[in-house]
Design a protein around this ligand. Structure first.
Ligand code: OAD
Length: 226
């Protein structure tokens, strides 16, 4: 039987593709405080600012390419059943070739009504004030903002519980419920954490810390696993 690999990724895996991580040294995310752009309250108060912020992120994403860490994860599908659980809203895992991806925090290239969770639309262009869903309400990015539910966590938990190997890449493990997922892995599962700066490691058994960037760390790991 093929072994199961669960992968939990955060902003660090896309850093080498040119997308800034959230908790950079200045405490700002692309010059904004997170609460000014990534909460439902911010959208209510200043929808133009929030739409504009995500429009810029979307335009930036369309200029970026997956890096060799994304493609190495796709290569693992040759020998393993791989499920990617990502906190990232980019589509670089998809473009890197992975086929089984759970987006915990939504997707930048999708939109939805600001009143209802469904339907979800493909969105490759800017969202403007006045762009409406089928039912006539303003569109918003399909992003899970702070304070909102994370429905995909229910699909992610069993994937972690059942995995033989857990790979965690480029996440500060500071945002819940995503950060708590690592605790669902079984005692015997082999666990790898790739990060060039991880300061406080999660306290889980059988964890090997690979102190490297995503591309360097995945180059090492893929030769061991394949
Ligand atoms: P963070 O910005 O909190 O953490 C990024 C992690 O990536 C840090 O541990 C860095 O050390 C590491 N890192 C930096 N460069 C790297 C590289 N080249 N290779 C590998 N790792 C590198 O990002 P997340 O943990 O993803 O949520 O943040 C979690 C959530 O908080 C995000 O999904 C987002 C944010 O607010 C929403 O927007 C809902």
């Amino acid at each position: 039987m093929r072994k199961k690999i669960a992968v939990l990724t955060g902003a660090g895996i896309s850093a080498e593709s040119g997308i800034k991580t959230f908790r950079d040294a200045d405490g700002l995310w692309e010059n904004h405080r997170i609460e000014d752009v990534a909460t439902p309250e911010a959208f209510e108060l200043n929808p133009l600012l929030v739409l504009d912020f995500y429009n810029q992120r979307r335009r930036q994403l369309l200029q970026c390419q997956p890096n060799s860490a994304h493609t190495a994860l796709a290569m693992l599908e040759k020998d393993y059943d791989v499920t990617i659980i990502t906190q990232n809203v980019d589509d670089l895992h998809e473009r890197g070739g992975s086929t089984n991806i759970i987006h915990l925090h939504g997707q930048l290239l999708k939109s939805r009504s600001s009143k209802h969770e469904f339907p979800i639309y493909d969105q490759t262009t800017d969202i403007e004030i006045g762009d409406l869903c089928d039912k006539g309400t303003q569109l918003r990015p399909h992003i899970v903002w702070f304070g909102e539910a994370v429905p995909e966590i229910d699909r992610a938990i069993p994937v972690i519980q059942q995995c033989d190997i857990l790979i965690v890449i480029g996440t500060s493990l500071m945002v819940y419920p995503a950060a708590g997922l690592v605790n669902y892995a079984s005692y015997n599962a082999a666990k790898f954490l790739i990060d060039p700066h991880q300061l406080s490691l999660p306290c889980i058994p059988n964890l090997r810390f690979i102190n490297a960037t995503a591309t360097e760390g995945m180059a090492t790991l893929v030769t061991e696993l394949l």
